[in-house]
Design a protein around this ligand. Sequence first.
Ligand code: SAJ
Length: 416
Amino acid sequence: MPFQTISVIGLGYIGLPTAAVFASRKKQVIGVDVNEQAVETINRGEIHIVEPDLDMVVHAAVTEGYLRATTKPEPADAFLIAVPTPFKGEHEPDLGYIESASKAIALVLKKGDLVILESTSPVGATEQMAAWLAKARPDLTFPQTHGEDSDIRIAHCPERVLPGHVLRELVQNDRVIGGMTAKCSAAAASLYKLFVEGECVITNARTAEMCKLTENSFRDVNIAFANELSIICDKLDINVWELIRLANRHPRVNILQPGPGVGGHCIAVDPWFIVSKAPEQARLIRTAREVNDSKPQWVIDKVKMAISEFLQTNPDKTAKEVTIACFGLAFKPDIDDLRESPAISITKQIMASHPGTVVIVEPNISELPLDMTGVTLVDFNSAIRDADIKLLLVDHSSFKNRAVGAGVIVDTRGVW
Ligand code: SAJ
């Protein structure tokens, strides 16, 4: 039986759930991560990231003996690389983590193994990974030189799961499988079929790389359209939320929702990978990034205008006596994930420039991040009672259909 042992390199938001799901199918899974603390946490049957139900699945996998974490790669039949691909400098993709992971697993590769790159990657990254592996192991053959006869099979199979719904989407979503050869694709598909209930759709590695980037760029461009509309409507004194509701009644129009900017690790990063490979051609994709990245500053300017408006109608007060409440810090609704959140960057800039009190309402966390000293986390009702300026940044369910009282409202999500 193939794939008795599966190794997942990178135990973050994608790697850990993937490792746990393979383990739940009673495969021996070796998770590898450079973060010793994460490795210790997982080996105790606990988790170091936030994702609904993941704690249960990891706990079961570890206590039943199917999942084990380590800092050093060990031999396995299949290796899945799920390490970060951030950008560096002028939005250039940084493949440093893929390079280190490739070099680490190269030491334990054996004939017949399958290596899958899951990390979101610029076009050509899988071929680059194959080159790193081949250089480290001249005693083995690889698809780029030996085609279907190669000792090692290599594929790119991008993850496409939505944070907050990872365990469900891992199993149910269709999976794009981009092998370097047909046999590579077939091997990767048989691995994913161990748990994927969606379809495993086969293509080549470059198309699979571009497919993932295209999905997130599609969303980014569409959010940019909504964000630009919100700025235009503000200028023309039109309610953008009503406008979008009306336009979306057209059978072929489906506009997304404006917000304070685009957060998370994916949508604000991946389009740059397309731009970096085709800078002259990717004009719309680049502009969409710029539109979305400029939205937080637009919100900050709105808050400054709201303060002036408040002081004009309350001439007995000074800016120091104005209390601002920021509602929501997470990067999207109903999660506690604060990573790359536009709400955080907006709140921090308001904290830095506003001489008066700033309070925060974020029902999904129990304490503020360490670098947010000088502000307090308060409950919804006291913020509504005490704040002069109410800034809604995240459309958490618990903020909807609530009385918001007097004061100036800046609503970036159209909830109030
Ligand atoms: N946002 C808006 N308006 C909208 C929709 C989203 O402002 O109408 C904002 C959100 O508030 C958030 C950001 O966009 O700040 C991103 O949120 P999201 O829910 O669109 O996406 P992510 O980053 O949580 O996950 C995306 C997903 N990609 C797509 O939907 C095409 C997910 O399927 C990918 O697996 C994930 O990126 C990833 O890992 O690449």
